[in-house]
Design a protein around this ligand. Structure first.
Ligand SMILES: Nc1ncnc2c1ncn2[C@@H]1O[C@H](COP(=O)(O)OP(=O)(O)OP(=O)(O)O)[C@@H](O)[C@H]1O
Ligand SMILES: [Mg+2]
Length: 273
């Protein structure tokens, strides 16, 4: 489905992503973990073509995504919708208009200028909001919503594009635990019910273990782990985050000692959804 071949990004002398090669055979829920600066965001931004790769290729269903330009590149960006830690909504605009922004790529400039949306799109936007449990928020300004609700609006906007995959860069890093859970549950459901691939950069190990089918660990721009959540042992986690004294419990919010006692994280994730 998606093939990443020696993808590299350099910023001057600094290699942010270093010859990353990964194969994604089928839509799955994938978590990318790693210390700050490991290259997680840069990787997702390259996949979405927000940032150009310095070297390497991204192949999606036979198409070389790295070579796409102009309209084709924008088309790709709607196939792999991106959501961000800070939601990136238009704060003063109402929720439903924010969601309808997800159709911008396929609308004329004129229609956009006058804020004219086809009725079918409006209905679909409300349906998606309803699915995410926030339909009653539709007329409110985005800024009036809680963080967790705003992130669900961002997910709704992404779904409006009917994407093959959702790329989420730290989608719950700004949320309290309860809202974090609601947002992760939503992403998991979208994966399971719609068969969309979800790739999420996650800053906590627990979240990756709880929700993902596959976890990729990055360190200094390289992939240092690629496996099932139950293969994330103490040693592996230390490798990913940089061993020993550097390891910050608060950065990953996982008690490392409990890792070994919960070998079947995949089953936990299933029971949870
Ligand atoms: N636009 C940029 N210009 C220069 N250097 C950059 C730029 N973006 C990222 N970098 C560098 O690339 C490296 C990887 O950054 P990236 O943001 O991808 O890491 P990350 O894993 O997402 O970290 P975090 O967990 O803090 O979000 C870092 O050394 C960073 O300083
Ligand atoms: Mg980042």
């Amino acid at each position: 489905m998606l093939e990443i071949d020696a993808l590299t990004k350099r910023f001057g002398p600094n290699t942010a992503v270093d010859a990353v090669s990964l194969t994604f055979d089928k839509p799955a829920m994938i978590g990318i973990i790693g210390a700050s600066g490991a290259g997680k965001s840069t990787f997702l931004r390259m996949v979405n073509r927000l940032t150009d790769a310095t070297e390497g290729r991204i192949i999606f269903e036979g198409t070389d995504v790295t070579a796409l330009k102009g309209k084709a590149r924008r088309g790709w960006q709607s196939r792999c919708a991106m959501i961000f830690q800070q939601f990136n909504l238009v704060p003063r605009m109402d929720v439903v208009s924010n969601v309808l922004h997800g159709t911008l790529n396929r609308r004329s400039t004129l229609a956009t200028m006058f804020n004219v949306y086809p009725e079918a799109d409006i209905h679909r936007a409300i349906e998606i909001l309803d699915r995410l449990g926030i339909a009653e928020q539709a007329p409110k300004r985005a800024e009036a919503l809680s963080g967790g609700q705003q992130q669900r609006v961002a997910i709704a906007r992404a779904l409006m594009q009917d994407p093959a995959m959702i790329l989420a860069d730290e989608p719950i890093a700004s949320l309290d635990p309860m809202n974090a859970q609601i947002v992760m549950d939503s992403l998991r459901r979208i994966h399971e019910e719609d068969g969309r691939m979800v790739i999420a950069n996650l800053h906590t190990l627990d979240t990756a273990r709880r929700y993902c089918d596959r976890v990729i660990g990055m360190r200094h721009g390289r992939v240092v782990f690629d496996g099932r959540p139950d293969q994330l042992t103490v040693g592996v986690a230390r490798d990913i985050y940089g061993a020993g004294a550097d390891f910050s419990e608060s950065a990953t919010s996982t008690d490392l000692e409990t890792l070994d006692r919960q070998p079947d994280a995949a089953a936990t994730a299933k029971a949870f959804v």
